[in-house]
Write a new protein. Structure first.
Length: 308
């Protein structure tokens, strides 16, 4: 199966390309203007249409977009344009192809917002209560996807990944930020580590397992279906930090940093991936400990490369 992947040079995109290749598919990656391997401007509908026409894919994995909450708070309209309107442009390009193309739209568990503890773990029937512009943009993107599927008959599947981690993730995110700071300390930097809210809990899943879930959904997801992609277990940020410090084996002074606190920090999101498991046969392969070891090893390599 020939698969067009938007956002291919991003954190998840690189792993999705590898997972598709390993599964025997033919991935064709597109990324933002000026990036490798191919330029794609989500805000230019003709450019998106040309990419789909040139690739002639059997399927599309739409990963591209603004993927970080703080910038969405600073620039909400830009985030809405890229994540929502950009998704509509992809859907329209698929529709213009005039033939069946399975389209996997990647949303986010941020769409659930704050939910009562008794609802945990969250399944796909939980109400959508976005708490920030990023989450709102993903709700809009999902709505476009659902409408295009019902109205125009597109073969669309929606994935709602929870927090995914792994080697290669941007250090603006909490886990690679910890790993990067610890790697710098191990390389001789002052033994001080800046943190935000350590009491928050997250449902962490290795990005390589996330990529595997996307490949499984391309093969077995139901048209119009929405699927959580998650581990099903909430872990406190404090526990993640404790494990990373143990892995790094360096003395460190942990300091609160107000700049790292989100205006809207969801306290305990935990997902239920039963639907994904039952309908596709997917199951995660990486433990949290294994993911953290790989993340720290990646951070050490990056710090060493900078210091050369």
């Amino acid at each position: 199966m020939r698969v067009l992947v938007t956002g291919a040079s991003g954190f998840a995109g690189r792993h999705v390309l590898a997972a598709l290749d390993a599964a025997g598919h033919e991935p064709v990656g597109y990324s933002g203007p000026g990036e490798d391997p191919r330029p794609l401007d989500l805000l230019d509908p003709e450019n998106v249409r040309a990419a789909v026409a040139a690739t002639a894919p059997d399927a599309v994995v739409h990963l591209a977009g603004q993927a970080f909450v703080p910038p969405s708070i600073a620039a909400p309209l830009a985030t809405l344009a890229v994540n929502a309107t950009g998704t509509a442009h992809v859907l329209e390009a698929v529709r213009a192809a005039g033939r069946p193309i399975r389209t996997l739209v990647i949303s986010s568990a941020e769409v659930y917002g704050k939910q009562p503890p008794e609802r945990m773990p969250l399944d796909e029937s939980a109400p959508l209560q976005p708490e920030n512009p990023y989450a709102a943009s993903k709700v809009a993107a999902e709505t476009y996807a659902a409408v295009w599927s019902r109205l125009y008959g597109l073969d669309v599947v929606i994935a709602r990944p929870f927090n995914h981690i792994g080697p290669g993730q941007d250090a603006r995110f909490v886990v690679p930020s910890f790993a990067r700071q610890l790697a710098e300390i191990a390389a001789g930097a002052p033994a001080r580590l800046a943190v935000g809210n350590l009491e928050a809990e997250r449902d962490f899943l290795d990005v390589r397992d996330v990529a595997g879930a996307y490949v499984a959904l391309l093969a077995n997801g139901r048209t119009g279906g929405v699927y959580n992609v998650c581990s099903g277990r909430a872990v406190a940020i404090r526990e993640v930090l404790r494990q990373l410090i143990t892995i790094a084996h360096v003395p460190v002074e942990v300091r609160d940093d107000p700049e790292r606190l989100r205006p809207s920090d969801i306290p305990v999101p935990c997902g239920d991936a039963s639907k994904l498991r039952a309908e596709t046969g997917w199951a995660p392969s990486f433990t949290l400990a294994a993911s953290l070891r790989d993340i720290y090893a990646d951070a050490r390599e990056r710090v060493a490369a900078v210091r050369l």
